[in-house]
Each structure stands twice: as C-alpha cells, then as structure tokens.
Write a protein that binds this ligand. Sequence first.
Ligand code: 2P0
Length: 317
Amino acid sequence: MTKTTATAHTNIALIKYWGKKDAQLNLPTTSSLSLTLDKFYTTTTVENSDIDQLIINGQMADPNRVHHFLDGLRTELGDFSPLLISSQNHVPTAAGLASSASAFAALTAATTRHIGLDLPLTTLSRLARRGSGSATRSLFGGFALWQAGTNDQTSYANALPTSNIPISLLVVEISGLQKKISSSDGMLRAMTSPKYEQWVHDANWQITAMQTALQAGDLTQVGQLAENNALAMHALNLSAKDRRFTYFTPQTIQVLDLVKKLRQNGLIAYATLDAGPNVKIITHADQAAYIQAQLHQELPKLRVTIAHPGPGVSYEQ
Ligand code: 2P0
C-alpha cells in the first residue's frame, strides 16, 4: 500500500492574525507575517483506508475536524479514497504552541501528493488555510506573508524574499492553569472590542513597516513592531465587550518584565505572545544563549528553547 509523508514546521506570527471575516473559510480581517521555526514540526503520513481515521503521536484521535477538511479537498480537487492519517507532532502542546499550523500544512501537502497532484506552494497554502488559519503560513521556510485577500481564491501566503537577518526566537514555556480559550473563540471575543477597528487600521501599516525592517536587517525595529502588535492583540482580548478575557498569567507578566529589563541593559529582546500564556522572545542570534541563561537564573523552573528560522514543507516517499 502506498504511503505519502510530508513534514511542515510551525510558525510564529510577528504581525498577528486575530479576527476572521469568514469563519468557514478562515478568511482573516488583516494580513499577517510570520517566521517558520526549525525546532517544532509535524510529520504526517497518509495511506488509503476504509474510512477517514486520525492517529496523533500513536493515539487514535477524533477525526471530525480532518474529515471535514478532507471533504473540502474532495469537493475542490475531485473525490479520493478515505485516508488513514498518522501524525507525529514535534511541538510541545503543553507549551501552548499551536500544532494546528504545522499539522494542517503537513496534511495538505501529504494528501495532495498522495492523490498524484503537484500543486504550487501558494495553492497548498490556500487549501491549508481552511484547516487552520495559521497553517496558511507554514508551507514556507523563513518569513511568510499571508495576504488577507477578499475571498477563498485570493487569501494565501507567499515566502518573503530571503532576509539574512540574524534572528533567534526563545520560546519560554509557561503552563497555563486557567481553562484554555480556543483561538477561534478568542478572535470572536476580540472583535467585539471598541479598539478592533484601530487594530485593523494599524495592522495595515505594520505589515509594510515589518517588511521594510526585515529587508533593512533592522532587528530592533522588527522586535519593536512585533511586540507592539502582540500587546495590542492581547489588549483587544482584555477590552472585548463580549466575554473579555486574557491569556496572561502572573508568570507571563514576570517574563515580560524581564524582557524589558534585558532591553534596559542594552540587549535586543522583544516579546510576542499567541493564544496562550507563553512568551516568545525575539533577539539577535548572538545574544540568545545569554538571554536563556538570564531567564534560567531569574525563573529557573521555566523551560526555554532557542529556535531559528526553519525550512518549508518537505516530502519523503
Ligand atoms: C497567529 N494565532 O497569527 C495568531 C496569533 C494565535 C495568536 O493563528 O481558528 O489555530 O484555526 O484559524 O490558526 C492561532 O489560531 O486559528 C493563530 P484557526 P489558529 O498565529
């Protein structure tokens, strides 16, 4: 029986996706820009089966979401056999790092290759979007720009021209005790914030400013823009009119304070945060190990991983 395997890496948005104008198709309210990471990835193998089935890290998992996703592919690409999907996540889910980005990117690549298609990355990106918005960006190595677009045909990502910027990202794992609020629900709530219109307005110029900063190799500007964008995203959650909330925990604040202190001491250190309490610190590759040591000294219980720009999707037969 033929099997097809693809690997995709996860990504962290420097300019975030935080709101949908179409929840069925995951069409975003704004464009977003991300960095794919080397350390965290998903490898997915597909083979023909009697029914769509999903195994994640060796355990049977609820196939509903992927079944719905595969049916969307069947409608667009032509019918194909039910699939047994076997996925290995090398993403610490306890760390609140979303595995859905790498998972849906790998599943899209493996499935389309399995049914004999060799589609352009931008088409894979468009298809992966329907599984999970952040997967749109995970087909590409390095920096990716997801153009919001106006409909299903025009909303997909592209790789940005190679930037030789010496960036590292420290992933600081803080376990959240509070109940997790899904990204989809978090976005719905955030969109009720009176600041939401301003968020959309700011994202438009921040996307352009971020590309300029990357091309110029200006890491300080990259970090400042990313931190401002992330904190504004979390301010939307706090100021939502409907069911306001926060992903922050006291330890999140402690790490944010430490990042500020590192900066006051002359280091390049800027924070970005996603749909959970963990902090990712943007820094210069030469300063990453020192910052890791500082974190270990001040907050010895937290696990810190140093990640670098990672590759785009790849296949093995
Ligand atoms: C991002 N996040 O740009 C934003 C910032 C989290 C915070 O995309 O509902 O799992 O599947 O489209 O992609 C995480 O949300 O959401 C995410 P769905 P997804 O990375």
